[in-house]
Design a protein around this ligand. Structure first.
Ligand code: SF4
Length: 209
């Protein structure tokens, strides 16, 4: 990576971490995917029960595979027949893994959801929530972050899930009320009531979408 871009990313990450800390959330900066994986594995205790609510960034740093191979109780909903049971297990997990749809430079997390299991577990339930977030998801403010979530993340997810929404056809949000909409709930996480619950690893890379 160009050294000027790297420096800017590092400074922006520390600005965002300062914002997270002011909101009772923990932030970390990783120079690359390898360092992000190391920070995550240092945080998650051995024998923890872990679930996740989707999130390409978690796969991209190799965290899911590392947890499945290690001494952890990883509940893989993709391998469970009973999806409702898998979703309910998240509420009592030690760790819930996620990636944000966007984060503001002063530490507000934005997430949108169709089924809403992901946003509900972020809001309440699991003892700890760990976000893996690429620098591509940092936005100036809540307005920009919401626009990113709806005009970038959601239309790409619409392609990924092959659903019938206007954004799948146009590449941008048309504020639909389609039965397939993935924008049923918007979660703005501006403060954590519980200390040491929400952790965010900012990775100096483009992760997810
Ligand atoms: S509201 Fe509808 S059109 Fe807009 S991003 Fe969500 S699913 Fe797509």
């Amino acid at each position: 990576m160009n050294e000027n871009k790297q420096k800017r990313n590092e400074l922006l990450a520390y600005t965002t971490i300062k914002g997270l800390n002011s909101r009772n959330m923990q932030g970390y900066y990783a120079e690359d995917k390898e360092e992000a994986l190391k920070i995550a594995l240092d945080l998650i205790e051995q024998e923890s029960t872990i679930t996740m609510g989707g999130g390409m960034s978690i796969d991209e740093i190799g965290l899911k595979n590392a947890l499945k191979a290690g001494n952890y109780h990883f509940i893989d909903r993709d391998e469970m027949q009973d999806k409702r049971k898998a979703m309910l297990a998240a509420y009592d997990a030690d760790w819930f893994l996620a990636s944000a749809n966007a984060i503001t430079q002063d530490g507000v997390l934005i997430n949108i959801d169709g089924n809403s299991n992901r946003v509900s577990a972020i809001a309440q339930g699991p003892h700890h929530v760990l976000f893996i977030v690429g620098m591509n998801k940092i936005c100036a403010d809540v307005d920009h972050a919401m626009k990113r979530a709806r005009n970038v993340a959601a239309p790409i997810n619409a392609q990924r899930f092959d659903i019938h929404t206007p954004c799948k056809q146009t590449g941008t949000c048309l504020d639909c009320k389609s039965p397939d909409t993935i924008c049923c709930q918007f979660l703005i996480t501006r403060y954590s009531k519980h200390p040491n619950r929400i952790h965010v690893i900012l990775v100096n890379d483009d992760l997810g979408f």
